[in-house]
Structures are given as C-alpha cells and as structure tokens.
Write a protein that binds this ligand. Sequence first.
Ligand SMILES: CC(C)(COP(=O)(O)OP(=O)(O)OC[C@H]1O[C@@H](n2cnc3c(N)ncnc32)[C@H](O)[C@@H]1OP(=O)(O)O)[C@@H](O)C(=O)NCCC(=O)NCCS
Length: 145
Amino acid sequence: MLAHKDYKVDQARPDDAAAMLHFWQGIPGLGIGQGDDEESLQLFMARNPSTCLVIRDAEGLIGTVLAGFDGRRGYIYHLAVHQDYQRKGYGQTLLNRAILELQTLGARKMHLFILRDNPTAAAFYERQGWQNRHDIQVFSWDTGR
Ligand SMILES: CC(C)(COP(=O)(O)OP(=O)(O)OC[C@H]1O[C@@H](n2cnc3c(N)ncnc32)[C@H](O)[C@@H]1OP(=O)(O)O)[C@@H](O)C(=O)NCCC(=O)NCCS
C-alpha cells in the first residue's frame, strides 16, 4: 500500500485512455456512458491536459479524475479511486487538485453530476463542501438517438 508521501498526482496522458477505461469498469457507482471510448477520451484529455489527472503506482492506476473548463464553467467527471485504496484521502487529493487547476484556467464555478443511486459519492461531495442543488434539472440531448 502506498503511503501518502509516496504518491504524486500526474497529468493523465492520452495513451492512458485504455487503462482508464479498464480501471473504471472495475469501479461500482461510476456512470460509464457515451464519451467513454478510447478516441473520445483522448480528445478530452488533449483538450484539457492540465485538468485530467491520475494517481498511479507501479502496478497501475489508483485514482482518476477528468475535469474540463468550457470557458464559463468547470466540469468534473469520473473521479474514481480503486476500491482497495478508498477512504485514504486519494479522492479528496484528486478533487482538490482538479479544482485548483480549473481555477488556474479561470473557472470560478464548477459542476458535477452523480447518479441518484450513489450515496457514497453524495456523502463524499457533501463532506468536501459541494452544494447539492435541488433547483436545477438536467436535460440531455443525444445526437445518436
Ligand atoms: C467517491 C470516491 C472517489 C471517494 O474517494 P476516496 O479516496 O475513498 O475518498 P477520501 O478518502 O478522499 O474521502 C474523504 C472524505 O469523504 C467522505 N467519504 C468518502 N467515502 C465515503 C463513504 N463511502 N461514505 C461516507 N463518507 C465518505 C469521508 O468524510 C471521507 O473522510 P474520512 O475518511 O476521513 O471520513 C470513491 O468512493 C469512489 O471511487 N467511488 C466510486 C466512483 C464514484 O462514485 N465516483 C463519483 C461519481 S463520478
């Protein structure tokens, strides 16, 4: 097990995409959807190099976060920590770094989405001080329908 001093947060690289997809498949609670294919991920990481982050050890990924700034808001996706490493502060570390990097790009407000049946994520984000919005509904448009 890595001690805190032994890990660092790195920028994800486009060639991490396949390993990230494999990693997320083993994480319950993560909503895998459209955009979670190697090509789309590589595009996202190429557009948002400073805000797509990983923590890894010699054996592979321990945690990930994908964040992006659209010029108005920051968005955070796929914050995930390997089940064997949860509740050790890795999630908080990745989230805080993503927030910092988004702020550096000029984002003053950030949003994220979690599935309604993911109480762990809700507890985590509430603990981090995020506001659970009840005044907004999410509408989506799918070009492939
Ligand atoms: C959400 C997630 C990223 C948190 O990562 P983590 O490394 O375990 O979280 P941390 O150790 O940094 O937790 C920080 C604090 O958040 C809260 N928290 C974290 N997990 C929690 C849980 N299962 N239940 C209640 N509170 C929790 C705690 O207050 C914790 O501090 P503490 O351990 O000192 O009490 C991780 O549970 C995960 O990967 N979940 C599956 C993927 C997912 O749902 N991602 C979010 C939606 S995209």
